[in-house]
Design a protein around this ligand. Sequence first.
Ligand SMILES: [Zn+2]
Length: 369
Amino acid sequence: MASIYAGSTVTIAATMSVSDLEGFTALSPPEHISRKFTYLSETGIPHTFHARKTLAHGHTPKPYPLLTRGWVLQERLLSPRVVHFTRDEIIWECMERTTCECGCIRFLWSPGWVPFNKNLLHEPNLSMMSRAELNATWHQIVQEYSRLNLTFSRDRLPAISGAARILSQFQGSAYYAGLWRASFVRDMMWKRHGSSQKSKKLDKTPSWSWASINAEVTYNEDAITTTEMVAVMDIIMEPIATNDQFGTVRGGLAVLSGFLVSSHQVRAMLRLDDQEGDLYRALQGLGALSLDVDEYSVAESNIYFFKLSVQTLVSSKARNQEVSIILLSSGSGACVYRRVGLLERTFEGPQPEIDIYKDVDETTTVSIV
Ligand SMILES: [Zn+2]
């Protein structure tokens, strides 16, 4: 399907419709329909003009139904041109501009209330991008996509596979369940957006992939420099269709070497007793803790911290950030873990005041499933 959208001249979108049972045309409210006015000039010559009330595009009460659907994002990104039929007017979107009948629209809002950039996959732009820019573009697509709804959570990777396939031509890097080999460490630094939103872990997708949870994810793009503290030893994927690296997977494993510290060591360092819940509270005091799913405070005694990177952030003051993933011992063998969250610690100076990796001298090789 992706090639059909990419090869189209124009895509007609029933943007206002909730389902295919609804039509896609409507009569505009009367004040938005153009009316003819006539006036006489001083010399008595009649002049006519047409006028209509403009629409309040900055204050749309909610996003158009079609634009909340997961599959639709890549259909929009891949189509060179889209004509949106909405309740009030027709909207035009192409790689150069977005415009509408009243002439006031500049972009279509996404469900996350951020302007959506239609030309993210415009090939002439992609061909001029550095690897870092391609990486940022992919993160933007993932963030946008993760806000949208899918009827079947098993479609989480297939419904974005057309966009990934286009980007792979410019990335020149292997693709693993929503992450790229060339930027694997950076790509692992996603976090679940907000804790109020319900999040569910999807069974088969590897836990290091953003596609393993059914929730909105974000990336911190404020880093000027990133020093990776991890060596990626191996990544093994099990795609369901062996000839499609972009589709659904039935499992995957990443073997990484880096600095690992257990919750027991961190507890001892922070002088905490063994009460469940107090470690997470203490970590919130040390940095920004983001758990991938809601329900595992019970597992607090079994978690580990694995340092991914140290970054310099964009700021008026010199600020650094240490990023760790939080791992849970899978119980299925030595050094096999599942990712359960991300810990970001921002600090001034060379290292955090309380360095949780202070006593860790040697690297450990971990397998994350
Ligand atoms: Zn308009």
